[in-house]
Design a protein around this ligand. Structure first.
Ligand code: 5AD
Ligand code: SF4
Length: 489
């Protein structure tokens, strides 16, 4: 094997500039339809095994499906056994510090594996690899890593693997170029539910959030491409799709030739014969009346909306740069509830934003009570280097933030329980997903509103729609009894 010349990282690594990011324009979005893996790379993974560890959000999980698709087209096969793996990739998340800590901890463990098996190829991808400080830390402190590639470089993986096999240096390819959409990437999907990207990136720049920098600018897939993919999934027999985007309500804003927004897309997908359609994540600012009107038609559009609020206090919302007020958010909630009376709302909330006072936190608790969410993801604010909020003065002790999180969760649990109890005695439609985690006799499935239901039933019901009567309603799931199965398929 010939040794490659010394690598100049600057050629491969153009870190995103946080100041430049805000100046980015809409002009240069290019959709590529010509993706292909060259013949000579399709043999690289023959008789080899891969393992991917995924951290973070559903966008990352879906990226992992693409990476799996690429690897399998190169001949690799999956394994859960780290010792057997010839390539291990960490698909990372940068949204909070503890997600990053986990990855660095994992790299420590992987070092031993690599020492025992030098032919093992170790790679880091996902949002962390878009951060300059992370890449510098890996190149200096974890030099045994073979490959780092960014969120805009996934389609380059076959080439990068080849380069990593033949190179003695770490291969780093992180593009800040973010105006591209690569269609026709292979995806390994399993089961009855499938994720579908409708857009990439985020232009909202909430002051606490790293995502607009790691995922680049907002760019929407063409409607015809999304629709063709959903039709294909329906043909393949998938029962549920989850449309993905960091801010799905901004879908279509970047189209210059057509006036076609998220409500239009949902209205078109509604007509496709796929039983259940969900979407995540919404931004209250862009949630328009047309979308509400379309969602109210129901059918295969589920009556569950995840609507991150982050805080119930106007001053904090302003400093978060959320671009709506508490009043605007509550008005939107009222409109949605009026149009879809049985809607279930869930949310994301950050406690302990820099300088958040007790009164400001109480505004969040009161908003939670006013909306009556069924559940929520709640987080303690985590400073992300390079974001505006990380520069804000924060005089709130960590213990106070932990206590607030606890109080908030206690309030949320009361509402979860209440909403689950409302279902007692009712018969609901459940899509059966599989056996429950702790008991193979018990099946687990989801209602239209995405509530987890456990009930006794045979494995042949997995993937079917059944009717279940709710008999018990603890906080985090509900128990039911099978009434009738299957109801449709
Ligand atoms: N600290 C804590 N939580 C955060 N989120 C995003 N950035 C941060 C941060 N720096 C939360 C928001 C978002 C969810 C995906 O993660 O609530 O909606
Ligand atoms: Fe982050 Fe805000 Fe964009 Fe969501 S909308 S990804 S919180 S910047």
């Amino acid at each position: 094997m010939t040794k490659q010349p010394e690598k100049d990282y600057s050629i491969y690594f153009q870190p995103p500039s946080l100041t430049d990011a805000k100046k980015r324009g809409k002009e240069d979005i290019t959709v590529h339809y010509d993706f292909d893996i060259p013949e000579e790379l399709r043999e690289l993974g023959k008789d080899k095994f891969y393992l991917i560890q995924t951290y973070g959000c559903q966008m990352n999980e879906h990226d992992t499906e693409t990476i799996m698709g690429l690897l399998e087209q190169m001949g690799y096969r999956p394994t859960d056994d780290r010792k057997r793996a010839d390539i291990i990739l960490l698909n990372t998340c940068a949204v909070r510090e503890n997600a990053e800590d986990k990855v660095f901890g994992e790299l420590g463990h992987l070092k031993h594996l690599k020492t025992a098996k030098p032919s093992l190829l170790l790679g880091v991808c996902g949002c962390m690899s878009q951060e300059e400080a992370v890449v510098n830390r890996i190149t200096t402190k974890h030099p045994f890593v073979d490959l780092i590639f960014g969120t805009h470089n996934i389609h380059r993986l076959p080439h990068l693997i080849k380069e990593a096999y033949f190179s003695k240096e770490m291969v780093v390819e992180v593009w800040s170029k973010e105006g591209d959409i690569i269609e026709n990437l292979p995806k390994k999907r399993e089961g009855i539910k499938a994720w579908v990207n409708i857009m990439y990136g985020c232009d909202k720049f909430c002051t606490y959030c790293i995502v607009p920098y790691t995922r680049g600018k907002e760019r929407s897939r063409r409607p015809e491409d999304v629709i063709a993919e959903v039709r294909d999934l329906a043909r393949q027999g998938f029962k549920e799709i989850m449309l993905l985007g960091q801010n799905v309500n901004a879908y279509g804003k970047d189209f210059e030739d057509i006036n076609y927004r998220f409500g239009d897309l949902m209205d078109d997908i509604r007509k496709i014969d796929i039983p259940r359609v969900r979407f995540t994540t919404s931004h209250p600012r862009d949630f328009d009346d047309h979308l509400i009107e379309v969602l109210a038609k129901k059918g295969n559009l589920m009556e569950h909306i995840h609507l991150p609020v982050q805080s119930g206090n106007n001053e904090i919302l302003k400093r978060m740069s959320r671009k709506y007020t508490r009043e605007h958010y509550l008005e939107l909630v009222a409109k949605i509830k009026k149009a879809i009376p049985d809607v279930v709302l869930t949310t994301d909330i950050i406690v302990g934003f820099p300088g958040e006072t007790e009164e400001q936190f109480e505004d969040t608790v009161s908003l939670v009570k006013e909306v009556g969410y069924d559940s929520a993801f709640t987080f303690i604010y985590s400073p992300r280097e390079g974001t505006p909020a990380a520069e804000m003065e924060d005089n709130i002790p960590y213990e106070v933030k932990v206590a607030r999180l606890q109080r908030l969760n206690d309030t949320l649990n009361v509402f979860s329980k209440k909403s689950n109890e409302k279902l007692l005695g009712q018969t609901v439609e459940v899509l059966v997903e599989g056996e429950s985690k702790n008991n193979p006799e018990v099946l687990a499935g989801r209602t239209r509103t995405n509530k987890l239901v456990h009930f006794v039933g045979g494995k042949e019901l997995v993937g079917e729609f059944v009717h279940v009567k709710i008999v018990e309603a603890p906080t985090f799931y509900i128990k039911g009894e099978l009434v009738k199965a299957p109801v449709k398929s």
